[in-house]
Design a protein around this ligand. Structure first.
Ligand SMILES: Nc1ncnc2c1ncn2[C@@H]1O[C@H](COP(=O)(O)OP(=O)(O)OP(=O)(O)O)[C@@H](O)[C@H]1O
Length: 312
């Protein structure tokens, strides 16, 4: 099969790469309380999509990923990967994962590590190509223990490529890396994804999601709080915020006029409001309410992320 055939075969399928329905998982916390880590996630990822799972610490990203990989079973709902159970998909070599920590032997060299795993998969012919794709070709003789965090993650990425999976799942693969290492890592991943592989990665770097994903799924408190193409999320996130000194009891009336209105913050008697058309909102506040000291400000992506995830 040529590369182009492979790409179209991978992306033409009508079967979703990942289908999550009402996916939920609870844990018992340290004081015996119930922690809802994942709270009814519905999500469909199509073959060939590069999707960022974006959320703050404790949002439920790793727990969701563990269920997609079949490492944990849901308490409610289902996770289906290429029409099969996650375990069957993993057994068939269709999923590979790059996790945050662990999984490498310190005393092996990079080359030995790749050769050993390649032999297990019966893919020794692909060693050179996989090392080049993960940008570790120059590190073959280096001991794993001597590799930087970024180099070790690229090695794990190479190992994940060996079974030639249709889906790669990466859980915060660049945590702790410097900017340059992150850039090299994502350049390698992005180049590989162009061949039609489906990629799902978890991150709490908004900038990383923005630069490397086609689609961003924002998650907070175990729920999806925003889902759209990177451009849509950017547009939504970079909305202007209208703020005014206004009584709280004015909010129900505003919500009736603008059902899409979001109250992003209340601070010192001032309400911060977000609506797609900020001019319409400002005009309404001026002409039809008792709002005073109206201000319109654009907020940056980082603020928007905090606002979206903090008010899930
Ligand atoms: N095994 C467990 N036992 C108890 N609570 C857990 C367990 N695993 C996760 N949790 C809790 O579930 C919630 C979601 O955790 P999870 O690790 O999925 O979040 P995350 O988005 O991956 O966070 P991070 O970005 O910090 O890795 C958190 O409150 C966490 O403390």
């Amino acid at each position: 099969m040529t590369q182009r055939d492979l790409t179209s075969a991978r992306t033409a399928s009508a079967v979703p790469a990942i289908a999550l329905n009402g996916l939920s998982k609870r844990f018992r916390g340290s004081k015996g309380e119930t922690v809802t880590a994942v709270d009814g996630i519905d999500l469909e990822i199509r073959p060939g999509e590069v999707v960022a799972f974006l959320g703050p610490n404790g949002a439920g990203k790793t727990t969701t990923i563990d269920m997609i990989l079949g490492l944990t079973t849901p308490d409610a709902g289902t996770a289906v990967v290429f029409g099969s159970s996650p375990r069957d998909a993993a057994r068939a070599g269709r999923i590979a994962a790059v996790m945050q920590t662990g999984g490498l032997l310190d005393d092996f060299t990079v080359g030995e590590t790749v050769s050993t795993i390649a032999a297990l998969h019966g893919r020794t012919a692909d060693i050179g190509e996989v090392m080049a794709r993960a940008e570790i070709a120059g590190l073959a003789d280096r001991k794993v223990s001597r590799c930087s965090g970024g180099e070790q993650q690229r090695l794990k990425f190479a190992l994940a490529l060996l079974p030639d999976p249709d889906l790669i799942v990466l859980d915060e693969p660049t945590a702790g890396m410097d900017v340059e290492s992150r850039r090299t890592f994502w350049a390698a991943m992005r180049a590989d994804a162009q061949h039609g592989r489906t990629v799902l990665f978890a991150t709490h770097y908004l900038e990383e999601a923005d630069s490397f994903a086609d689609r961003i799924v924002m998650i907070a408190d175990g729920r999806v709080v925003a889902d759209g193409s990177t451009a849509e999320i950017r547009a939504r996130a970079s909305r202007r915020i209208v703020s005014a000194v206004l009584d709280d009891d004015a909010v129900p009336g505003l919500m009736r006029v603008f059902p899409e209105l979001q109250v992003t913050e209340r601070r010192g008697g001032r309400l911060y409001l977000s609506l797609e058309d900020s001019d319409v909102l400002a005009r309404h506040l001026l002409t039809s309410t008792r709002a005073r000291e109206i201000e319109i400000a654009s907020h940056n992506l980082e603020d928007a992320f905090v606002a979206l995830t903090a008010h899930a």
